[in-house]
Write a protein that binds this ligand. Structure first.
Ligand SMILES: [Zn+2]
Ligand SMILES: [Zn+2]
Length: 554
């Protein structure tokens, strides 16, 4: 049965292929809107079809409802099948190139007969693309570097997809088998992308595990690849591997299956095969080691620290007292200020900064100075309605190409908190980018640099800086650098965050939420900070409100 995301993918595919075929994009808005709706829907479409309630969902009209019904009931969509006969779906792979949209692909296809990435690359190399009106050598070079970037992609899964999928599987297996089931592997270590989902079950019955995997409904191709390992292919596109562990060795096997491979190998070299243990805690105890958190099991140095009880105390989600970068429906967010505040209260927070985009970023419905002042009235009202949460008047201020900010200093001075962001020119040289960010940090009103590199994992490499200079100026000016918790960004990434922390730079972990549910992405940012060896004292938003306000000096 197709899940909501698969259905949304097909709607998007239909819209993209129709547009490339020559359909008026306005007539396709309904499909794209419906796809967005499905992505955020809590209920399953299958259920809604069964109960005949699809048209009750805002944004789903009778036409799309009939389409979804067809897909759910027959597993296919005849109109999409026909369209794929007319327009090659390989065209869609070109949309993965940063900066290439349906408009460009349409022209490559109709004017040059290009149908896939390989042909596009060849045409760009032969200087054929620049023959198109409006294209030049610069666009060709950009296409080539974009394709080179795509070719490095690994087919791995974002931790933002991998962790929830592994959690659900562990829960289902544990309920069916009535034994403990733990997440292991790179998911447990909170790697930013994962190649497979590894679990360890406290049961030596691999056949029962395989049966339970089949019942979960998320896997195909289930088999026993070894007498004690059940595997299958997950709908998300990666392999699932479940180890059937003797309950007496559950802890030691969990250690081995958590990795990293180099880390476990180094431990085995120092301690031999290691004792059999029912729990990981017992395993470490038997080795006379301080328990090493999974996120730190990449660096062999941690073994030495654990030996002398010198591991850092890592930050936890429960240390976080607020979120300092998020969006409301005043810019491109979906929640009202009041809804975001209420959601923050439910999460036990003390404060929240309403940091909508500044006016210059047209694409995200930026807030002009005039509307900013109107927003403050609403923020004050919400502050009275949800007194448990202190809402800060903030802004995600756009950094222009020359390093100047989108709002004048007088306006910045009136804000409680200023988050500065670079969204453009991220492909400029390291010198230029460093100079630009230094200029921003030297503005006395700027408190936080959001998603500093602007990378999108496996899609856009992001900017490169002379980090030593950036850290030095951040320290000097008291600017906090963000770990953006959105699993597509995780920016700063773990290694750079570790360097920043060692240099004494204050970090801040923000979700950049555009809706209420995305406030829960915090754990991915915390995962990055833990991998970077950061404790609560290294992160601005672990501070109580009074000390935060003190730091802000406002
Ligand atoms: Zn941003
Ligand atoms: Zn943002």
């Amino acid at each position: 049965m197709p899940d909501n995301r698969a259905l949304a993918e097909q709607l998007k595919m239909f819209a993209d292929l129709s547009e490339i075929k020559g359909e008026n994009p306005f007539r396709l808005i309904a499909y794209r809107r419906a796809a967005d709706t499905l992505d955020e829907l809590d209920e399953s479409v299958e259920q809604l079809v069964r109960e005949n309630r699809l048209t009750e969902v805002p944004g789903i009209g009778p036409g799309i409802a009939a389409t979804l019904k067809e897909m759910v009931e027959t597993g296919a969509w005849s109109a999409l099948d026909e369209l794929q006969d007319e327009v090659p779906s390989t065209l869609l792979t070109m949309l993965d190139i940063p900066g290439v949209g349906t408009k460009s692909v349409t022209r490559f296809y109709h004017e040059l007969g290009i149908t896939d990435l390989v042909q596009l690359e060849a045409s760009a190399r032969q200087d054929d693309i620049r023959k198109l009106k409006g294209f030049g050598a610069k666009q060709e070079a950009r296409i080539l570097s974009g394709i080179a970037f795509l070719n490095q992609r690994t087919g791995r899964l974002s931790i933002g997809t991998g962790l929830p999928a592994a959690e659900l599987l562990a829960e289902q297996l544990s309920a069916r088998l009535e034994v403990d089931v733990a997440i292991a592997g790179s998911v447990r270590r909170m790697c930013e992308t994962v190649g497979n989902l590894d679990l360890v079950a406290a049961s030596d019955d691999a056949h029962a595990i395989a049966t339970a995997l089949a019942e979960s409904g998320a896997l195909t191709d289930i088999q026993l690849t070894e007498p004690s390992i059940a595997t299958g292919k997950h709908a998300a596109g990666v392999e699932v591997r479940v180890l059937a562990a003797d309950p007496e060795e559950y802890g030691s096997e969990l250690f081995r299956w958590t990795g990293s491979r180099e880390f476990v190998a180094a431990c085995e070299q120092q301690f031999g095969a290691g004792p059999a243990a029912e729990s990981e805690a017992q395993f470490f105890e038997a080795l006379n080691l301080q328990p090493i958190p999974p996120e730190l099991r990449e660096s062999l140095r941690m073994i030495d620290l654990a030996r002398t009880n010198a591991l850092p105390r890592l930050i936890e989600v429960s240390d976080i007292r607020g979120d300092l970068h998020l969006h409301s429906d005043w810019s491109d967010g979906h929640g009202t200020i009041l809804e975001m505040a209420t959601a923050a209260r439910e999460r036990g927070y003390e404060y929240l900064s309403i940091s909508d985009h500044s006016g210059g970023l047209a694409i995200a419905h930026g807030v002009t100075i005039e509307r900013l002042r109107q927003q403050w009235v609403e923020i004050e009202r919400a502050n009275e309605q949800v007194p448990e949460i202190r809402l800060l008047k903030a802004s995600e201020v756009e950094v222009h190409l020359d390093g100047s900010l989108d709002f004048p200093d007088e306006v910045l001075a009136e804000l409680d908190l200023v988050v500065a962001s670079l969204h453009s020119g991220l492909n400029h040289s390291i010198e230029e980018l460093t100079e630009r960010i230094v200029k921003v940090m030297r503005n006395p009103h700027v408190d936080i640099i959001a998603h500093p590199t602007g990378r999108i994992i496996e899609r856009r490499p992001g900017g490169t800086y002379d980090w030593e200079t950036v850290f030095k100026v951040a320290l000097e000016t008291g600017t906090a650098l963000e770990i953006n918790a959105n699993p597509a960004r995780l920016d700063l990434r773990d290694e750079v965050a570790a360097d920043a922390h060692r240099a004494g730079v204050l970090l801040v972990i923000d979700t950049d939420a555009h809706d209420v549910r995305s406030l829960d992405l915090m754990r991915y940012g915390v995962g990055v900070a833990r991998r970077a060896g950061v404790g609560p004292e290294g992160v601005l938003n672990t501070r109580p409100l009074a000390s935060l306000l003190d730091w802000l000096g406002r």
